[in-house]
Structures are given as C-alpha cells and as structure tokens.
Design a protein around this ligand. Structure first.
Ligand code: 13P
Length: 340
C-alpha cells in the first residue's frame, strides 16, 4: 500500500471548492432517469449523455473526481478518447462504482446488504488498468417504523464496506465508503441521527479492524435529515447542526474529506445544507459533495435528449458546480439560484 499516493489522490478530490460528480448510475437507474425525459436508454444515448457531462468546460474548477459505472469506464468520446483519459487530462480523477447493488439479507426480513465482494480484487486490478484512481461502494440502510435496520443488518453492511475498502487500498485505489441511510419513509430527524450514528460507529470499527488507513479514504454519508414522508420537516440550520454533531462524534479526524450524497434532496436544498455546514467551519475534515441527482437533475431537464439543447445542459451543470463550489466556502445564498 502506497499511503502517500492514496492521501494525495484523496486530498486532490476534495481540494478547495472541489467535490465529486456521481455519474455512476447502473443501467436500470439511468433508464429511470432517461424515462423521465422520454429518452431511450441505448448504449449510444448513455455514452452521449456522459460525454456532455464530461466535456463541460470549466467544471474542473469544482469537480475533483467523477464516479463512473463499468460500462462508462470502457466508453470513449466521439473522437475516440477513453473517458477516463479525458478526465485525467482535465485534472479530474476518474472513479468506479464497484458494489453490485443491495440485496435482501438472508434470514433478516427487511434488511439489505450490498453484494459484489466475490472477484473484487481482480475487478479492481482491471479498473486500475483502465485508469480508475478511486472506487465507490454503496451500502443501503433503510429505516422503517419498527425494527429496521437491525443491529446485525448494520454490522453486515459495515463489514462488507470494510472488506471492499481494504481491497482498494491494497492496490492503491482510494475507497469512497458510502453507507447511505435512506431518506425514504416517515421517520423524523432524531431517528435519522440515531441510525446514522450507529451506522458510522459500526463502519469505522470495521474499517479499523480491517486495517484500512483513514488518511487514504473518503466517506460518503447521508446528511441527518427527516424522512421524505415525515410531517415534521427540518430547517437548513437544523439539518446542518444535526449532521455535524453526528459526524464529529463518529468520523475520525484523520479522514481527509466527507463527500455527501444528495439522496433525493432537491438541488437547491443539497447546496444550501452543504453551505450551512461549511459556514459553521472549520471542521476536522473537508466538507464536500458527491452528488448524483442534485447535480444532474437540472442537466437532464435542460438536455431532453436533443442535440440543440447541449449548450443549455452544459450551462446547467456548470451552474450547479459553481454554486456547490461556493457552498464549499460557506458563500452560497439561495438568491444566487435566480441568476444566469
Ligand atoms: P445521489 O446524490 O443522487 O444520492 O447519488 C449519489 C450516489 O452516488 C448514490 O450512490
């Protein structure tokens, strides 16, 4: 393990004003996104859409890394350049999603566990050959009104995340460790805080036991936020305070950066929450973003699958990147949403 290299890649991804663009939608997920704008999910449409994202001028000031799906890491621009090569040449680290999705945890009805450890060492070696500098594994933790997640469900996911992270560091790929407590459901913000606390505590205990070096990884957590169907929604400051309280208790200061997922928040809310947390800084780690929907929803809406809309789509992406870049410094304000 080359700790210097791991640290340097992790630090570059969360350098000043920078974060991550999550563009690693699996084939079923990108189909859902394309359905919403009535575009067929063909390999060429997926390639073209990602090409529009990756060739947007100016995003390299705000985007330190982009997470890709297996298919995308093997695709090329129109003029034949591998996407990973294009991104590296722009100073953006290419990364790869490596979990194979959440499946029902046997004998634990209601709990899920992410799969994908079998053969992972060999897959990581190939991804590295293809140019990946980091990898991501997403564990999904659902909250219900009763006893989900179970303590064992949390442990099973934490264990898998740590096995994955150790395999990444063995081959000098920075692991982005993503334990996502879902926003679905009716639970309130307090329950989200309790569950997120238990999850982070378990994840760092397993990472430590697996000898993962905290300095050479990034954490991609959910924010502490009420369920989408909770009647008691929370204000921006309340979310920022609860999230930081939880993270400060459970995330070691050696971790270079926290890159939040957006998880179904609107693009504006995700930026506003990030901004509020940075305005309360400094924190022991960089506080940044790794948004999928919160960066891409406005892009898809502008593009609609039409070549004539490419400039508008790229403008929408650059705008979200700039606003999140400002939020990294605590300098964003909602009023900026109105401007061009
Ligand atoms: P969202 O920001 O849309 O939650 O996506 C982030 C991600 O990578 C989920 O795995």
């Amino acid at each position: 393990m080359n700790i210097r290299e791991l640290k340097s890649v992790a630090n570059a991804i969360v350098a000043r004003q920078k974060g991550v663009l999550a563009a690693d939608e699996s084939s079923p997920t990108i189909k859902k996104r394309f359905d919403s704008i009535k575009i067929e999910s063909t390999e060429e449409n997926r390639r073209r859409y990602r090409e529009i994202l990756f060739t947007t001028e100016g995003i390299e000031r705000y985007i330190g890394g982009i997470i890709l799906f297996d298919e995308t890491l093997r695709q090329r621009t129109r003029d034949g350049t591998l996407f990973a090569k294009l991104l590296s040449s722009r100073g953006i680290a290419p990364g790869i999603k490596v979990d194979k999705g959440a499946k029902a945890l046997a004998l634990y009805p209601g709990d899920k566990v992410a799969e994908g450890l079998d053969g992972l060492r060999e897959r990581l070696a190939e991804y590295k050959q293809l140019g990946a500098k980091f990898a991501k594994w997403r564990a999904v933790i659902e909250i219900n009104e009763h006893d989900i997640p179970s303590a064992f469900g949390i442990r099973a996911n934490a264990h898998a995340l740590a096995r994955y992270a150790a395999l990444c560091q063995e081959i000098d790929l920075v692991p982005i460790v993503e334990p996502e407590v879902l926003m679905d459901g009716t639970h309130d913000i307090d329950r989200c805080e309790v569950v997120t606390s238990r999850v982070l505590e378990a994840v760092f205990a397993e990472l430590d036991a697996h000898r993962v070096v905290f300095d050479g990884m990034l954490l991609k957590p959910n924010m502490v936020i009420p369920g989408m169907k909770c009647p008691q929604q929370a204000g921006v400051q309340q979310v920022a305070e609860a999230t930081l309280r939880c993270l400060r208790r459970y995330v070691p200061a050696a971790v270079p950066g926290i890159v939040f997922l957006s998880g179904g928040q609107s693009a504006e809310d995700a930026t506003d929450h990030l901004n509020a947390m940075n305005a309360m800084g400094p924190q022991p780690w960089q506080v940044s973003f790794s948004y999928g929907r919160a960066l891409q929803a406005p892009v898809l809406a502008a593009w609609k699958g039409q070549e004539s809309n490419v400039a508008a789509a790229q403008k929408a992406l650059l705008k979200r990147c700039q606003l999140n870049g400002l939020a990294r410094d605590g300098k964003y304000a909602r009023a900026m949403e109105a401007g061009e």
